[in-house]
Design a protein around this ligand. Structure first.
Ligand code: SF4
Length: 882
């Protein structure tokens, strides 16, 4: 076999260094003016072993046993741990299995078997030594090996001369070798390969230490410095972040904002950012994969509405582009009645005809679910069913995928294929189990789309082996975090790990590694900045002892402003009078009812946004009843009962039993009304409890009314058109009573707080009763809230006369008489104020002017629209990581 046997090859500790060396080699050829050159054989040592294993399989399938995929190994370990006596008592069995597998891999790579014999064992180590032989027996019985054993099998084949090897191998950039790696290289030598060691030459570096106020400032400083170096012509800039996984989101935000301040704007120019993170994200973090998993969950038993909502708006299913707007509108509609957790069939039943393609897709999926997604099946059968289910939904959609999406799709296919290989190691399972295992597999798959070569590399500590840069910044080097804490494997005796020199086994080993790395960083570029934070939360930090003697100097980085700061810095503010929208066309704006005036009084912008622009926050499906639905039930029960009774004489003449029967009937009707919109919200025992609650509340109200002077109820849930100023509003009066001598009382049921003072003054909080009086019942003698709360019944209101309602004084004797000379004046003031509000609304006044900030804004959804927080100078919190 030709090929590697004839070549020289360069072996690196990781893929990143191999790619970097290949790129540098190519650049040197171009600089030399070469037009054609052989691609150098540069690859990571693990890649070299894999290639040799592939050669072995090509030469003769029997040369190498089958290698378990990572998910297969993990599955075996999980079942071993779960089925053992120790494992049965563990709460986090999957984590324990993962650590036990790691212990087994360490045993192989660090040749710990002999050391473990006769070692002093704690309970964890005893458990491990029970599991490990079982794992090996399982593998041998099936003719398989773990991936970590491939190197030893390949070494055997090399020393037996069964597979070809290169004539010469240079091992480049390694800090140290595990015993397994060292033996592998010895095997190469024995087989005649000339193996030499090499590493990058130390750069004559300017090394400085940069203290930073805190970790956030440190990140911004590094980003600003990197951009300055980029603009100065550096082509290879390294940023090392020790806790890169935990800080990924912050790194992307800060570097994006520094390199391209307008990156988050909707019309920002598309482009590849000049930086690249070495660490990928879980595959499930990619929208395309998330959509696939949501579709599969929808095909299961139940799904949270919020997740189903994403499917409705997802671009990754059939018809997503052509029905985009209709689906968004449909989602808003469904939110009003949907349960927080729904089924596929329930969703299909709610769709209506607005989105025919979506209906077709989901109906097909529902049928497929019944035909194929049931019973226990092998993983390979589930993998086929899952792929078919996604295909019939039109996944991944009708638009052309961009490069990152396309790569994520390919990786998803790999994950489904890996899942299909589990047949050998797991028994048949149900759909829920298959989906959960597939999701975990995607979650554990770190994925980073390939991007073009970019000048700024952001790396974790372990990825810097052998790399050199034009400029390098290493952050996080304070005395708490560098050297890091050591992390021995809990399933291996500590003494064994230390005797073997495992890097994470002791503080001394970790210190040794940290010293070696720090030395290497200091010589890895001509300019090196080592930075550390001075504070974390309320603790003061010092520089790590490993860099304490490095001369301190603030790096000369320009302070690159973010987009908002850059705009403000221009100081060219153009003032546009924008407090008024267009006037209401014609004379009438009939939608909104009294809520329109209440919103106008609370904040003109709120009224304009809600009643002219019809802006509203999407509803969030909630479990059970919310306050509005509970209030509606109470209104309906009282309306239903008074429809039958009609006056207080009949009420008094009705026996308790008959009244309870009336109430029960009205409560049943009210609950049935709610069920029409939300069929599952009040069922069984909950409906019974709610019915009892409604009956008790209404009964207490009626008992209060029994003690009043005679009256008749002359209007119930009465729709009226109310003319006020230039507007005509639609309204519905809860109830109007009339006393025996003809005086009328307008009543509004309240299940929340009710105060008479809320109807008074400028911009009244509760203008609806004054509006009803002024516009619908100008001769009425009283307006009142009827409180309907457990333990809190009675009337609160304003009345011309003191004998109209129990507990409501005549206006002339109330505390409010100080503000209005009398009842007649009160009515005139109400009319004036309501007409003023109506006129403001009609003319388009839209000031952002909350009546009592911040109280008025507390439960208003329009904050992001009116930008009240920015207006009031409140600092917006960073939503990252939320
Ligand atoms: S959040 Fe406040 S200022 Fe903004 S619309 Fe609502 S009430 Fe007005």
């Amino acid at each position: 076999m030709a090929g590697p046997a004839e070549q020289l090859c360069l072996l690196t500790p990781n893929r990143r260094l191999a790619l970097t060396l290949q790129r540098e080699f190519g650049e040197r050829q171009i600089t030399r003016g070469a037009g054609l050159w052989d691609t150098p054989d540069i690859l990571p040592l693990s890649g070299f072993i894999q290639r040799a294993a592939d050669d072995a399989r090509y030469i003769g399938a029997a040369l190498l046993p089958l290698v378990l995929a990572a998910e297969q190994s993990r599955t075996i370990w999980e079942s071993l741990v779960r089925d053992s006596e120790t494992g049965a008592s563990l709460l986090a069995g999957a984590e324990a299995a993962s650590l036990a597998h790691e212990a087994w891999q360490l045993t192989v790579t660090w040749r710990l078997r002999d050391r473990l014999r006769g070692a002093l064992l704690n309970e964890d180590a005893k458990a491990f030594l029970d599991w490990a032989p079982r794992y090996e027996r399982e593998l041998r019985r099936n003719g398989q090996i773990d991936a970590v054993e491939v190197a030893d099998h390949v070494r055997r084949l090399i020393t037996e001369r069964s597979i070809p090897i290169p004539r010469q191998a240079t091992v480049y950039g390694f800090d140290s070798f595990t015993p397994q790696q060292a033996e592998f290289l010895d095997g190469l030598r024995q087989a005649g390969c000339e193996v030499s060691l090499a590493g990058p030459a130390d750069a004559a570096a300017t090394v400085t230490r940069a203290p930073c106020a805190d970790a956030e400032y440190e990140l911004r400083a590094a980003a600003g410095w990197a951009r300055a170096r980029l603009e100065a012509g550096c082509r290879h800039i390294g940023i090392v972040v020790p806790d890169i996984a935990a800080r990924r989101a912050a790194i992307v935000r800060v570097f994006s904002a520094t390199m391209a301040p307008d990156y988050a704007l909707p019309d920002a120019a598309p482009g590849v950012p000049p930086f690249n993170l070495s660490l990928g994200e879980p595959l499930t973090a990619y929208a395309l994969v998330n959509a696939a998993l949501a579709l599969l969950q929808l095909a299961g038993r139940t799904i949270e509405y919020e997740r189903a909502s994403r499917i409705l708006r997802s671009p990754f299913i059939a018809g997503a582009e052509s029905e985009r707007t209709a689906r968004a509108v449909l989602d808003i509609r469904l939110r009003q009645h949907a349960e927080p957790v729904i089924t596929l069939d329930a969703l299909c039943g709610m769709l209506g005809g607005a989105c025919p393609q979506l209906s077709r897709v989901l109906t097909r999926l529902s049928q497929f679910r019944k035909d194929r997604l049931f019973g226990a099946q092998a993983p390979s059968a589930w993998a086929r069913a899952i792929s078919d289910a996604l295909a019939l939904t039109g996944f991944p959609g009708e638009r052309t995928l961009d490069s990152f999406e396309y790569q994520a799709l390919k990786r998803w296919h790999d994950v489904v294929a890996a899942f299909a290989t589990l047949d050998r190691v797991v028994p048949k399972m149900g759909y829920a189990g298959a989906l959960s295992r597939l999701r975990r597999l995607a979650d554990d798959t770190l994925f980073q789309p390939e991007s073009p070569d970019v000048p700024i590399q952001i790396l974790g500590v372990l990825e810097t082996s052998g790399l050199t840069f034009d400029a390098l910044w290493v952050m996080g080097l304070d005395d708490e975090h560098w050297p890091p804490a050591y992390r021995p494997n809990p399933f291996l005796p500590l003494a064994v790990q230390r005797a073997a020199g495992l890097p994470q086994s002791s503080a001394g080993q970790v210190l040794d590694t940290a010293q070696r790395m720090t030395r290497r960083w200091r010589a890895a570029a001509s300019e090196v900045v080592l930075s550390h934070a001075l504070r974390e939360e309320d603790r003061e930090l010092q520089p790590s002892p490993l860099i304490a003697t490095v001369p301190e100097r603030q790096p000369d980085a320009a302070d690159f402003a973010d987009f908002g700061t850059a705009i403000h810095a221009v100081h060219a503010v153009e003032t546009v009078a924008g407090d008024a929208g267009p006037a209401v066309a014609g004379a009438a704006a009939t939608r909104g009812g009294s809520a329109l005036l209440r919103d106008q009084a609370a904040c003109p912008f709120r009224a304009f946004a809600c009643h002219r622009l019809h802006a509203q926050a999407p509803e969030a499906p909630h479990p059970g009843l919310d306050a509005l639905e509970r209030g509606t039930l109470v209104h309906r029960v009282l309306a239903g009962v008074w429809m039958k009774l009609r006056d207080s004489v009949t009420l008094s003449a009705t026996t308790d039993d008959s009244l309870d029967a009336l109430l029960a009937e009205a409560a049943d009707a009210a609950i049935a009304g709610i069920r029409r919109d939300r069929p599952t919200v009040l069922s069984g025992r909950f409906a019974e409890i709610e019915k009892l609650r409604l009956i008790a509340l209404a009964r207490a109200c009626l008992d209060g009314d029994r003690r009043r002077d005679p009256f008749a109820v002359i209007a119930i849930e009465d729709h009226r058109s109310l003319a006020i100023g230039p507007l005509t509003l639609n309204a519905r009066l809860d109830r109007v009573d009339q006393t025996a001598d003809g005086r009328r009382i307008i009543i509004d049921y309240k299940t929340g707080d009710a105060k008479a003072v809320s109807m008074l003054g400028e911009r009244p909080d509760e203008p609806q009763l004054p509006l009803y009086l002024v516009s619908a019942e100008p001769g009425a003698a009283a307006v009142a809230f009827a409180r309907v709360r457990a333990g809190d019944q009675g009337y609160v209101g304003l009345a011309r006369d003191g004998d109209l309602l129990p507990g409501v004084k005549a206006f002339a004797e109330s505390r409010q008489r100080d503000h209005h000379a009398g009842w007649t004046e009160l009515l005139a003031d109400w009319r004036r104020e309501l007409e003023r509000l109506a006129t403001q609304f009609a003319t388009g006044l839209a000031d952002v002017d909350p009546k009592r900030p911040p109280h008025t804004c507390q439960y208003c959804d329009l904050g992001p629209f009116c930008r009240i927080r920015e207006r009031s100078g409140e600092v917006l919190e960073d939503a990252e990581g939320a």
